[in-house]
Design a protein around this ligand. Structure first.
Ligand code: UDP
Length: 319
């Protein structure tokens, strides 16, 4: 959002803060020096949604609202489909009602399922192995149908690879509640001494060092990808799916070494068995984003680790 505001977009936030802290808004105000308009509402509250879209004269929507923990989605599928799919339907109804037709949707590389080939391009077949992934896939397909139904819809689905890192101010970043599911926030907490060791899930994958390989992308690059998508949408009707990744994969061990170097802390590790549902390797072919959006990731692994570490240290004084 800071990237959008700095690019001159007048932004209004709608959030139910179910998985975020309202203090983020005041921190964003510190970063940008602007007052941020914010409405506390659930996406499924269509009345509040329509009122917000009308009151603020909204022209474009970036839809990032959704639950995203794979394990939780398996035990609570109704909640996941309700929030993610029903939330999107509610948004589409509200957009239709108010005549807004430009939408950037936050999708995920999870829609590729178990890769048949690498790097993953957007033509790779889609599939899902859990309710979270299936909700993203359902939404993408729904959006494609919507875009086919009338020529005035302009929709881009951005398929994120593994977002990591934090804003350079160290004022905003990922704040997992409870035990982090993802590698980077877990590693940061081990480096900070909050957790005793990292459990490395599996050491026998067919990768150079036996640990899982992922395409980690800096959140600032991701944010700039959204800005590029908004600009693209203006004169591109229809539906597109576009990867946001770097094209480079790093293993768990490479991530740990990079984080040790950035933080100056040792990260004790313990190899355990594979995590159910994990794949060996996943990385993007990012050419389509370059071609259509004129966007590519600029920040490297060192910046990803350094900004995560700065945020890890700063957030304790903020909370
Ligand atoms: N991983 C790990 N220990 C952890 C969390 C993750 O070894 O505590 C590994 C995981 O098996 C995968 C990689 O780190 O190979 C990235 O996992 P993450 O959950 O961040 O992303 P995803 O698997 O959803 O792409």
């Amino acid at each position: 959002m800071a990237v959008l505001i700095e690019a001159g977009f007048p932004v209004v936030v709608l959030d139910n803060f179910s998985n975020s802290d309202p203090s983020v808004i005041s921190r964003l105000e510190r970063i940008t020096g602007k007052t941020i308009r914010c409405v506390r509402a659930d996406l499924r509250d269509r009345v509040a949604l329509i009122a917000t879209l009308k009151a603020h004269g909204v022209t474009d929507v970036i839809h990032l609202a959704g639950l995203k923990a794979v394990g939780e989605s398996v035990s609570q599928p109704i909640q996941y489909y309700g929030c993610n799919v029903q939330g999107t339907i509610s948004l589409l109804e509200a957009m239709q009602e108010t005549g807004i037709s430009r939408l950037v949707f936050s999708s995920s590389a999870t829609v590729y399922g178990d890769p048949h080939y690498l790097p993953l391009d957007e033509a790779h077949p889609t599939s899902a192995t859990n309710p979270y992934g299936r909700s993203k896939l359902h939404i993408e397909e729904m959006l494609r149908d919507v875009a086919r139904s009338a020529p005035d819809w302009h929709i881009v689905c951005l398929r994120y690879f593994n977002p990591v890192g934090a804003h350079p101010s160290a004022l905003i970043g990922e704040e997992p509640s409870g035990i982090p599911n993802n590698l980077m926030p877990f590693v940061a907490q081990v480096a900070a001494g909050i957790r005793p060791e990292l459990q490395i899930f599996g050491g026998d994958y067919p990768t150079p060092d036996g640990t899982g390989v992922r395409d980690y992308i800096h959140v600032m690059d991701l944010a700039e990808g959204h800005l590029a998508a908004l600009r693209y949408l203006v004169d591109h009707p229809g539906w597109e799916a576009i990867n946001l990744g770097t094209g480079v994969g790093y293993s768990v061990l490479e991530m740990v070494s990079a984080f040790e170097a950035a933080s100056g802390r040792a990260i004790p590790c313990n190899r355990v068995s594979r995590r159910a549902g994990d794949i060996a390797s996943c990385y993007a072919n990012p050419e389509r984003a370059q071609r259509l959006l004129n966007w590519h990731a600029k920040r490297g692994l060192e910046d990803m680790c350094r900004s995560t570490w700065a945020w890890q240290q700063e957030r304790r004084s903020l909370s």
